[in-house]
Design a protein. Structure first.
Length: 160
């Protein structure tokens, strides 16, 4: 093999290695940052599910208010209460990262909001309401899997 061919092959190999190195660096930056503190609550599924209630006035902003998620939790139902006829939006963790959307409604009493809990669910609740609107959220965790409507999930998958 001539020195020129060998030199071209070595240069090509170096470029391929550099591209692979750069590509792996790019994908590493896409990974979500780990949660800094462990906010999970260690309880056995035989224990009753903890219920915590938050009462707040006005919007929380993003990323929201932190709360502990028990290690056994596979679903979460929140009894969300507010008054005044204004719209609300409630988001569990980073719904965009989870492929979910915030749940919305109108402040006319109590509404039950439910989400799946996965290993990627972040323990934060973001609430958007008008300034001055008092709201409360009572958390009820369950070890039962989130009951998804299969027909609705298929329609959503087809739409996206």
């Amino acid at each position: 093999m001539s020195a020129r061919i060998l030199s071209n092959r070595l240069a090509l190999s170096g470029c391929v290695a550099l591209i692979a190195l750069l590509a792996s660096g790019c994908t590493a930056q896409v990974e979500p940052a780990p949660i800094a503190a462990d906010t999970s609550v260690e309880e056995s599924p035989a224990d009753p599910a903890p219920t915590e209630t938050l009462t707040v006035v006005g919007p929380t902003g993003f990323p929201g208010i932190g709360f502990p998620i028990p290690s056994y939790a596979r679903s979460l139902a929140i009894d969300f209460t507010c008054e005044g006829g204004e719209p609300f939006s409630v988001e569990l963790g980073d719904s965009m990262m989870l492929g979910q959307s915030p749940l919305t409604g109108v402040c006319e009493g109590s509404t039950t909001l439910a989400w799946p809990v996965t290993e990627r669910t972040q323990p934060t609740l973001s609430v958007t309401v008008a300034n001055g609107v008092e709201w409360s959220a009572a958390f009820a965790f369950s070890e039962d899997e989130f009951a998804a409507d299969d027909a609705l999930a298929a329609e959503c998958e087809q739409f996206s």
